[in-house]
Design a binder for this molecule. Sequence first.
Ligand code: ATP
Ligand code: MG
Length: 424
Amino acid sequence: MSPGPRYSALKGVQDILPPDICLWQEVESAAGKVFSLYGFQEIRPPIIESTDIFTRSIGETTDIVEKEMYTFPDKAGRSITLRPEGTASVVRAYVEHHLYNLPAPQKFFYSGPMFRYERPQKGRFRQFYQIGVEAFGAADPLMDAEIIAMLTVLLERLGLKGVNVEVNSIGCENCRPAYRKALQDFFSGRLDDLCPDCKRRYEYNPLRILDCKVERCIELRRGAPKVTDFLCDECRSHFDKVLSAITLLNIPYVTNPNMVRGLDYYARTTFEVTSEHLGSQKAVAAGGRYDRLVEEFGGPPTPAIGFAIGMERLAALLKEKEGPVAASPDVYIAPIGEKATTESFLMAERLRAKGLWVEAGYDGASLRSQLRRADRLSAHYVLIIGDDELSSGKVKWKNLKDGSQGEAEMSGLPEFFPSFFAER
Ligand code: ATP
Ligand code: MG
């Protein structure tokens, strides 16, 4: 008896194991394919960045910066943060490498782990994965619609049904001050009942109160003024054009004036894709426009928009739908005896060179136990090689999927599995 595990993973992080990983790979591969149709290319920024990149862009009074960042000094005393999201890094890279000199729009996607010190629960982890996209240099509302379309095309291609697209506009620096004032007026009489965080948000960024997750604050914001009633003419017209373009594409959506999103850099369009199947953490993807961020990072004025998909939540939805399909070997070679084991060892290499997934048994295992193993692995074919087969130059094969069996020339085996070769 083993004493049991001496170590366990940290709270709020998880191992993604086979066969679940198959769903993740399916998502990553579909995303790469769909995004490339829209001209998005992969970018791989580092996972650690200097802390101020996030505090400045995401905003000092956001949940992420206030409570959730993994921040620590490195050995030289610099403040380092494990990235809580991808946009800030991509903007940093865009400006640092002068990518604005390339023809606009420049479009990127990324995928990888993000880190937030949150209370672990269903759909909420401390290390979680996002696939995200960012498009720089297009102010046109058609870009907003195109990016929302790209997200829905991906989810559709993955076979997801019953997701909702929620869209909002949170205005720009011209119209937001009036809205901010209206919110402060609204909450001024309710200030004592707001949570301590929202009391601070009231001063610095009252929009954040709309994003608070505390039950009492959610109640208190009922009847609050709606941002869409405060949009300036330009923002109104931008929003209307986004909505009519996604209508043209027959994308069903609802407008949600309370959706301000949890990050400060957004302006104008914000959107979320939600699913009722996810329980309270229902956003599977979220994004918006951030037209000022590139400038704040020292680049030229550059309109930009992006979104990020939460991989754990997407994988949970896909798992509910179909369950992961475990990958299985094409061929299992069961040798009997020492000479046959050597032959099977070489045979496995020859077949792998032809593109087959081959598992070969090791010396000494009984035929029975090898067949059991082939069965448990769900191998497609089993080949049996013993002394008789070695002297006749033929092997016995059995197709475990349909039960057919026969003999084949050992030297001709690489040509014996034409159906697999055609598939790859
Ligand atoms: P939420 O309101 O769920 O906290 P958020 O506004 O913090 O989301 P974003 O920062 O916009 O989320 O991230 C985009 C997506 O990443 C979310 O819609 C969600 O699917 C996923 N996500 C965010 N935080 C987590 C987490 N801690 N664990 C798992 N997935 C997450
Ligand atoms: Mg959050």
